[in-house]
Design a binder for this molecule. Structure first.
Ligand SMILES: *Cc1c(COP(=O)(O)O)cnc(C)c1O
Length: 393
């Protein structure tokens, strides 16, 4: 049975549905709708659609269902709802559960668009949001109240790689009956044990490691059947954030190689961190898998790995960091992550540009910070590339 398979087997086979042609590679059902044999069948399906009975691609589609089932299998969840982007997943996972008057606690170190939802949209709709330093268990304890409805955090934050203690924060949330929603992009589905550690709803941007080849936007919301097929599906299917069948097919192909890619990428990140630690051109190196990271023990306990992302702060600030970026010959300057190609990003100038200065300082997003998403190129070539670029600082 597929539950007994290990991750690499699940990534290739779980969720596969074959048509009457018994194709090897998953079929793309590029159709918005489905024909009913009779009017009675149409009526019955609108009353209750059984698994593998489809109505309309905004609600579900066989190719999309294959992706949802494969993701649920590897995350150890009962169900999933695939979305048009990672942000459609974050938005859906919050909006499905929240109403005016509710209280949410979130970590402050968030991807820019996640922060926009918590800091701008939810308060505008009458949801009270308390933002805390996600590393500080005392701050979580103070902020979570008897009436807290939902807790949200990135398990490893973008871009400064702060780690949230999933078990402890989930236990505090569950003690008051709050739902725990985790954006798990930086942890990757390969290293995640988030559900085992207490998270109720796990959200991914599939645009990152799941596609892993920079082709398509996508996302997924994962969790127990009663929440996913209940409030999440109801919100998503009526508000139109569905994943396209073509995108689901791209993501299925991405999943086949995800474990191989992510393990190679994280091995390269660890090797790069060893070389960059203490480098004379750097103010600091941030890699959760390196012993110099203040939360190294927590991340190793939580994921058994430091992940595929690192960051470093170049001495000399923005000008020096830009000289390093412009001197890179293999790594490209862009803002995606988890890609087969190594990608370097200056967060203060790009992804987090709009944050006010005091918030940038609070989150460690300094002008000289460079975020590096390690790709699958040869690690020695990448190390040589970064070292020669640092000579230009
Ligand atoms: C990229 C990202 C998102 C948003 O995903 P999109 O697919 O770009 O919509 C959300 N959270 C984190 C942590 C991300 O890195």
């Amino acid at each position: 049975m597929s539950q007994d398979w290990n991750t690499r087997t699940k990534l290739v086979h779980s969720g596969t549905k074959r048509s009457q042609w018994n194709e090897v590679s998953e079929a793309i059902f590029l159709t918005q709708g489905f024909v009913y044999d009779t009017a009675e069948q149409a009526e019955a399906r609108f009353i209750k659609a059984e698994p593998d009975e489809y109505i309309y691609a905004r609600y579900g589609n066989p190719t999309v269902a294959m992706f949802e089932e494969r993701m649920a299998a590897i995350e150890g969840c009962e169900a999933g709802f695939a979305t048009a982007s990672g942000m459609a997943a974050v938005n859906g996972a919050l909006m499905a559960f929240l109403s005016a008057g509710d209280h949410v606690v979130g970590s402050r170190a968030l991807f820019g668009s996640c922060l926009y939802i918590l800091d701008e949209i939810l308060p505008r709709l009458g949801v009270e949001v308390s933002l805390v330093d996600g590393r500080d268990l005392g701050a979580w304890k103070n902020a979570i109240r008897e009436d807290t409805k939902l807790v949200f955090f990135e398990t490893i934050s973008n871009p400064a790689l702060e780690v949230v203690d999933i078990k402890s924060v989930s236990a505090m949330a569950h003690a008051v009956g709050a739902i725990v929603v985790a954006d798990n992009v930086f942890a990757t589905p390969v290293f995640s044990k988030a559900v085992e550690q207490g998270v109720d709803i796990v959200v991914y941007s599939a645009t990152k490691h799941i596609d892993g080849q920079g082709r398509a936007l996508g996302g997924i919301i994962l969790g127990p059947q009663y929440l996913i097929r209940g409030k999440v599906e109801a919100y998503m299917k009526h508000t139109g954030g569905a994943m396209s069948p073509f995108t689901a097919w791209i993501m299925l192909k991405g999943l086949e190689t995800m474990d191989l890619r992510v393990r190679a990428q994280s091995a390269t990140a660890a090797k790069m961190a060893e070389v960059l630690a203490g480098h004379e051109r750097l103010e600091r190196l941030i890699y959760p898998g390196h012993s110099s990271h203040p939360q190294n023990a927590l991340v190793m306990e939580q994921m058994g790995n430091g992940g595929t992302m690192l960051a470093f702060d170049v001495k000399g600030g923005k000008e020096a960091a830009f000289r390093v970026l412009n001197a890179l010959k293999i790594a490209v300057i862009s803002n995606n992550l988890g890609d087969a190609k190594t990608i370097a990003t200056p967060p203060a100038a790009t992804t987090h540009q709009r944050l006010p200065q005091d918030q940038k300082e609070m989150l460690g997003i300094t002008p000289g910070l460079v975020r590096l998403s390690l790709g699958i190129e040869d690690p020695d070539d990448l190390i040589a590339d970064v070292l020669q670029a640092l000579d230009h600082a």
